[in-house]
Design a protein around this ligand. Structure first.
Ligand code: NAP
Length: 240
């Protein structure tokens, strides 16, 4: 039975991860989440771990594998720090690449044998519109672009095994992470929103809807794709 199996969501309690959780729970799916801090309002089992810590990550993933039969994975945990060229530090590079990429690689390799055992799997990587380029955010852009490379290559490797790998690339979505990196009082934050063809930010529910499609059984012929959920900002930063 695939139906009684779990979706694992990294970075699950807030923002986009929370909206994905709530959407899946509302449609009767089983979810297990990972985050650093306890959240009694989280509507599913939650494993506490700082995924950027290699040892804690390995322990959390092996705990999840022992306790839950996972056939769907959303690699959602991510991290950004704005650093213009000239101010880039290797510490920031390591933090950004670790949370966006090392965690994705480890989580995917942890769940893969369970997916292969049942001949079914859905993997969704959360990238960003920033993969197309973001002034002052080149490390984040590079890490999110690398996720597309992982998605496309893994899709090919798993294409005959009933396991799909896809990517959702959101534009600006009002969450804790977005507000921290783009304080609403800054001119560059206002300009970012003004440049979106739809003239508004997206919602976490709009991202969750795209993720839910890729996770569905019906999406079985769709793999290696990147879907921008960005109000048109991946097409142009101008309406004129
Ligand atoms: N918001 C946007 O505009 C936007 C646009 C494009 C792409 N994205 C991508 O979407 C994903 C989610 O972003 P978001 O805006 O929804 O973030 P968010 O609102 O800040 O939520 C992040 C979630 O991840 C958890 N988390 C953070 N660091 C963690 C760590 N080291 N280990 C374990 N859990 C951790 C947080 O819980 P704890 O704090 O308790 O750990 C929280 O549940 C990220 O990959 C981000 O790059 C976001």
């Amino acid at each position: 039975m695939i139906e009684d199996r779990f979706t694992l969501i990294t970075g699950a309690t807030k923002g986009i991860g929370r909206a994905i959780t709530e959407r899946l729970i509302a449609s009767g799916e089983r979810v297990v989440g990972i985050a650093r801090s306890a959240d009694p309002s989280y509507p599913a089992p939650l494993v506490l771990a700082d995924l950027s810590d290699k040892v804690a990550r390995a322990q959390a993933l092996s705990f999840v594998m022992e306790e839950y039969r996972v056939v769907r994975l959303v690699n959602n945990a991510g991290f950004n720090r704005m650093q213009p060229l000239g101010d880039i530090t290797i510490d920031a590079y390591q933090e950004i690449f670790d949370l966006n990429l090392s965690v994705t690689i480890d989580a995917t390799q942890a769940v893969l044998p369970g997916m292969q055992a049942v001949g079914f799997g859905r993997i969704v990587n959360i990238s960003s519109r920033s993969l197309l380029g973001r002034p002052g955010g080149s490390l984040y852009s590079a890490a999110k672009a690398a996720l597309v490379g992982l998605t496309r290559s893994w899709a090919l490797e798993l294409a005959t095994q009933g396991i799909t790998v896809n990517c959702v690339a959101p534009g600006p979505i009002r969450t804790e992470m977005f507000e921290k990196n783009n304080p609403p009082n800054l001119q560059r934050s206002r300009a970012l929103v003004a440049a979106i063809p739809m003239s508004r930010m997206g919602t976490t529910d709009e991202v969750a809807a795209a993720v839910a499609y890729f996770l569905s059984a019906e999406a079985g012929f769709t793999t290696g794709q990147t879907l921008f959920v960005c109000g048109g900002a991946s097409i142009s930063q101008s309406r004129f």
